[in-house]
Design a protein around this ligand. Structure first.
Ligand code: GLN
Length: 493
């Protein structure tokens, strides 16, 4: 097979061809760099990729090809030769890990995240580290110390955030899979804005070892895929317990790709009950977005699902709850960037001034705002009023899901209240926070959720979100396969 066109193969197809020696990993990786150059994925274009090293990536691919051809490694690998990009908050050994912050400018981790090691063991090659909102705080990738990333479908618009660079790379065809991270929607929202698949697994499903902490009780690594199958395969590779992350669980990892078998059946969702939560379809929802989600519901019904309205009564308080808890945890996690232990230092002859200068120079305005809010809600006198209360409300949000999952198997909602907005158009922080209205709930409850592309409005993508009970990713994927099949594969292309 000639090298051009490898990007059109599914991840599973490419890995099979590379594993059996019919395509070289070098060609697959070289082609990915060529697509990145064509799409202008770098700093002067989409600004989706912050760091990459073509020579090193090709060297890695060449070594893998050599081991395959001399017979020293004949193991079929699930991601053999598959190019992948990784969010800049996930530690890699060979490329910087900066979280798009001046605080970590030039920082190279001395160890690798478990998720990255698992990708490499499966044969994948990291071709770049992607742009993001600084430390994951934002919904547009405009809060990056290296400038905003752009949406490849309309370069005047944001790709969403905070994992906007990863979503943009998959949408632009640079790679078919990418890693991102989620604290309140940072994989699903950019996936919806860029017209790709984005998955946030159950809290504990995937190791956080090597993911730079934002809000540890909410953070999870997530995956992007060009198609549902690409994403399912990537999640299968990274999921599972890790002794280096005590919050990862040993619940067995089933096949997420089993769903593809069901779709040949006439009614692949015959036994599935899907709830439509009223609170996710407010009056203010863009009717064109609603129309696409309604059409998706119709497809699910035709595939055999039973659909019913349900209620998650605490949805409206999820945003304020999240924006107390996430900054509280962030203020504690980011205390380590003090000019002594990690990254940047702005010197002074007085210790206190060194701390102050380092932190005010190293952090951008949104991170500073979060640290201040977090410190405030944890301070004596306000702790009970804000932090404690938010913890209590978080339990109510989680209970809503537990209750609703007694009567339905899955939920379907729009992923975002709007389509991608123009760069620079959302300047009020609170308005930016409202973009997470449909996504933060799953993080607060720890349940898995994913966004699937369901259509376009004025050429801009719309995503629908499935939410499942804890560790029911396989069922969520099964429904997503059926929906993707019904909508036509072109939706994810
Ligand atoms: N937009 C949310 C925030 O700014 C979520 C970010 C994320 O999931 N990392 O906190």
């Amino acid at each position: 097979m000639s090298a051009p066109g490898l990007g059109a193969l599914s991840v599973a197809q490419l890995a099979t061809l590379v594993s059996t020696g019919r395509v070289s990993a070098v060609d697959a990786v070289r082609e990915s760099f060529a697509r990145a150059a064509n799409a202008g994925a770098g700093r002067d274009g989409l600004n989706a990729i912050l760091w990459s090293d073509e020579g090193a990536a090709l060297g890695e691919a060449e070594a893998a090809d050599a081991r395959r051809s001399d017979g020293s490694d004949i193991t079929p690998r699930r991601l053999a030769g598959v190019p992948v990009v990784v969010k800049d908050s996930i530690a890699t050994l060979d490329l910087p890990t900066t979280c798009a912050s001046r605080m970590l400018d030039g920082y190279v981790s001395p160890f690798e995240a478990t998720v990255v090691s698992r990708l490499r063991e499966a044969g994948a090659v990291v071709v770049g580290k992607t742009n993001m909102d600084e430390f994951g705080m934002g919904s547009s990738t405009e809060h990056s110390a290296y400038g905003p990333a752009r949406n490849p479908l309309d370069r005047t618009r944001v790709p969403g955030g905070s994992s906007g660079g990863s979503a943009a790379c998959v949408a632009a065809g640079v790679t078919r899979i990418a890693l991102g991270s989620e604290t309140g929607g940072s994989v699903r929202q950019p996936a919806a804005f860029c017209g790709v698949v984005g998955v946030k697994p159950t809290y504990g499903r995937v190791s956080r070892h090597g993911l730079v902490a934002f809000a540890s009780s909410l953070d999870q690594v997530g995956v992007f895929g060009r198609t549902v199958d690409d994403a399912a395969l990537a999640l299968e590779v990274i999921a599972g317990p890790d002794p280096l992350d005590a919050t990862s669980t040993d619940t067995p990892v089933p096949s997420y790709r089993g769903g593809s078998a069901h779709v040949s059946d006439g009614l692949p969702l015959r036994d599935v009950r899907i709830g439509l939560p009223n609170e996710y379809f407010p009056e203010s929802l863009d009717p064109r977005i609603k129309a696409h989600v309604d059409a998706a519901v119709e497809h699910l019904r035709i595939a055999g699902a039973r659909v019913a309205p349900v209620s998650l009564p605490h949805t409206s308080v999820a945003i304020p709850t999240y924006y107390v808890l996430a900054p509280a945890e962030a203020s504690s996690n980011l205390a380590r960037y003090d000019g002594v232990r990690f990254g940047k230092r702005v010197s002074s002859d007085r210790l206190r001034a060194m701390y102050e200068r380092t932190r005010s120079d190293g952090f951008g305005p949104e991170v500073t705002r979060r640290v201040l809010i977090g410190t405030y809600v944890l301070s004596a006198g306000y702790y009970e009023q804000y932090y404690r209360r938010a913890q209590e409300v978080r339990a109510l949000v989680a209970r809503d899901f537990a209750t609703v999952f007694e009567s339905v198997d899955l939920l379907l909602t729009p992923t975002t209240p709007t389509t991608p907005f123009p760069l620079g158009s959302v300047t009020d922080p609170y308005e930016m926070y409202l973009h997470d209205a449909f996504t933060v709930t799953a993080n607060l409850a720890g349940v898995p959720a994913m966004s699937v592309p369901v259509g376009r409005v004025d050429g801009l993508p719309v995503g629908a979100q499935f939410i499942a009970p804890h560790f029911e990713e396989a069922l969520m994927f099964r429904a997503a396969y059926a929906l993707e099949r019904a909508l036509g594969a072109e939706m994810s292309q």
